[in-house]
Design a protein around this ligand. Sequence first.
Ligand SMILES: Nc1ncnc2c1ncn2[C@@H]1O[C@H](COP(=O)(O)OP(=O)(O)O)[C@@H](O)[C@H]1O
Ligand SMILES: [Mg+2]
Length: 354
Amino acid sequence: MLATIDIENFRCIESAHLEFDARGTGILGRNASGKTSLLEAIFFLGHARSLRANTREKLVRRGQSFFRIVGQVETPRGVLTAGTEFTGGRSRTRLAGQGISSISEIAEILPIQLIDPSVHKLVEEGSARRRRLLDWGVFHVEQNFLAAWRRYQRALLQRNAAFRSGQTLAVISAWEAELVECGEIVDRHRSAYAAQLKPVFEETAERLLDEPVTFEYRRGWSKDETLADELIAKRPRDLQLRTTTVGPHRADLTFRMGETVARDRVSRGQQKLMACAFILSQVRLRAVTATMPTCLLLDDPAAELDVDNLGKLLKAVDSVPSQLIVTSVSDAGLQGINVVRRFHVEQGKFTPML
Ligand SMILES: Nc1ncnc2c1ncn2[C@@H]1O[C@H](COP(=O)(O)OP(=O)(O)O)[C@@H](O)[C@H]1O
Ligand SMILES: [Mg+2]
């Protein structure tokens, strides 16, 4: 779990030190007081990127030249210090006093999930968010996934580059062999994870939406072809487009409510609940297998939900084992969840509440 965080010069936060509860911490403050800034700092520590398409420069407090975020993380290996500093256009991340080779080293000890007011985009927008979220879950259960996925992405860049630079068929098919080898591993892990997740999601979603909801995993190429055959078949078209149009980088999830594809039918509020159900089911599934809980960041859950739906969401959140850090403008946004410690925030300053 995330035991403490120290923040300097991050968005509106000049300096902050917070100690979190192992179960639930509430952050209360008016609009524009710094609630989202705190969650974004935690998110940045775990991902080395912004929540939005924000450039990292915009995260530095106005008039300053750097930001720094340091967290103490309790792990089975003891308490580890994870720190990240952004200055001069570069960020540097350290874990237990040493530089890291990949941000996945932090993600492994500090798994973070976020539910914020834009969570409905998971259902509404393009496939990239859905893939990234699915892969978060796969990464945390399957150790070999990340290496295969990285190799796949490298080979993908090479095949596309080969099309652009007019390489020979021999070069292109060599990259295809690599795509097939890694792509099949990626799909196997995703598919196994999706199958495990599905019943957990269906149960969670039905509780939130009072209607049967499900999702279908699509691997990114047709059901009855091998990836190798499909890549060959699509070569002429891919050459024309100078990009690879089939493969696990095109994998997606389709959400359905009853018989209908959710994207076309449901309201914003229902999309939000569906997306929350997906994230909560991932956290729930992870809790069964992992030794460390997920740090679940819940930003302003009351946004766009009526009292009934907010109540259902908070009940579902409370039933999922996680370390919860939740923000709200008022106590109503915290009803029914076990928030042990509370902070009040005003103009980027956090004070513990009694
Ligand atoms: N780089 C920055 N420097 C200074 N202030 C910033 C920076 N980025 C955002 N802010 C300000 O931080 C304030 C708090 O934002 P936010 O954390 O999103 O508030 P809340 O979530 O409590 O509504 C806003 O007034 C915003 O304009
Ligand atoms: Mg906010």
